[in-house]
Write a protein that binds this ligand. Sequence first.
Ligand code: APR
Length: 271
Amino acid sequence: MDDVIAACQAALSRKGQVVVLTGAGVSAESGIPTFRGKEGYWTIGAREYHPQELATWEAFERMPWDVWAWYLYRRGVCRAAQPNAAHDAIALLDRKLEGRFALITQNVDGLHRRAGSPIARTFPIHGDIDYMRCANDCVLDRWPIPEAIPALARGEAAGEAHRALLRCPRCGGMARPHVLWFDESYDEPRFFLDTARRIASASALLVVIGTSAQTNLPWQVVTLAARAGATIVDINIEPNPFGEIAETSGGAIRGTAATNLPRLVDAIIHT
Ligand code: APR
């Protein structure tokens, strides 16, 4: 850890953004299953469907209320969870660095928002499970899922009350979860594609936490940061492609986010 801290402190002495990129691993210690872990949403099927078949526009078109039921169940899991020390450390780093800091997250669980990371500097590139959009894209706006909608238990169907509330406030048509599906693409208005690329290209330090490096925009972020000469650090319980890149840069910390990130942040803010 000491050599990683020294690398981070050296990076802070250079001009450039301090950027954190998170994946499901940062929320694992809050009890939210990761995607590809043994308890992940990938391996626990919602009824007879495997999750990755439900998180698609194709499934939503074919069976919208089954897809909604699965998301409302997961929304309940996320809302029952609490931010952990890693989320709190990231929010602290934001408060200390303000405009020099940016958080790019793949997580839709809302825990960074609840830990105090400000919306202005937090970029959820895969959406947010607490929000919905118009399924017909009559506008690109997104709205909080109505509080009146309770969480659903696993396997429970979305009833008439749910169907009446999950409507677009503009056109009255059906709403859809504001989440990036596997048969959809990143863009700027909904998923901060250009913003994430711009932030990475201006970074002096990139700390990657709890991701298996399986998705496209995170790879662009790491690649652009490396190209900009940023110091790259990885925190993960397992080896992963971003950890290999970090080994040749700021270093890879093999351990949990909640244990290791607070120590790293403490060293960074006291530089
Ligand atoms: N601390 C740090 N890292 C952890 C912890 C922990 N406590 N627990 C698990 N990890 C690591 C795992 O080793 C793994 O590398 O977190 C990573 C989780 O990987 P995934 O489950 O693949 O999640 P993620 O990388 O965020 O998935 C990316 O893929 O499924 C899509 O859109 C979905 O946002 C998701 C994206």
